[in-house]
Design a protein around this ligand. Sequence first.
Ligand code: SF4
Length: 305
Amino acid sequence: MKIMLQFPEGLKREALAYAKKYASEGHEVFISSSACYGACDICLDEARAVGAQKIIHFGHAEFMKLKSDIEIEYVPYEQKIDGKTLQATLYAAISELKAKKFSKIGLVTTVQHIRQYADIKAILEKAGFEILTEKGGAHVRHPGQMLGCDSIAAQKAAKNADAILYFGGGRFHPLGIGSQKPVLCADPFQVNSYWITDDIIKLEKRKKGALLAASQAKRFGILVCTKAGQMNLPGARLAKKKLEEKGKTAVLLVSNEINPRALDDFNSFDAYISTACPRIGDDHDLYSKPVLDLADLPRLLSLLV
Ligand code: SF4
């Protein structure tokens, strides 16, 4: 069988070993060398181009049912943190939470650590905390799990919690949680914990600034991404219609990857509305014009005269 292997950035180092394994089973193996941002980003074009019958996507759980002639297998990456590291990381978090006298904690993590969710919860409960576990939106598979584009589990828990505890590495996921309640990160790779609330507030302020700047725009580029799990043509058409009703110029711009440098070559647009990954606009510094998410459209329309 012709097989296409796909790995997100942090797992590409494993690619050769897997390629050898599948080749030794008699398959013709290809590896997608395109960037891969999530399970929303399945390498269908590359697989079709080489006639692959199957894609094996490593690192993420299934995001959504894709209509595809090519079989897709998901191999989520689960990283087991050893008991000593888990305890040390959580003790750091516990002392932060106790210092602020928080007792009800909303606990979230990524699919990478979801199998250890019960262990994490048990350690926190033993330390005297009440742990709130909520289920996210349609794209998440497990209670307590979050994605970069789905922090619903954290937001639901925040209604009754004193604080949110994110267990995992990196800042991308916790920055998406929102500042409803203080957010503490317990990072098992640093074996430490740190508050990220101020950075979330900064990001929210910058988003507000982008919204105000876009409210002065006359010509909008509506960004449509062709990645299978990000494409939203109906949303893009709706944004165009609504902006035109307000007397603005709006054009659909289609690409597989939203590249700030490629957008810079269009001098014709004053602002962009992204219908792709809702975190695109987080990288404000990379774009020379304001980039809003489709979810910001109602607020934008209310500001336009
Ligand atoms: S849409 Fe964005 S945040 Fe969501 S899985 Fe894809 S890359 Fe990650």
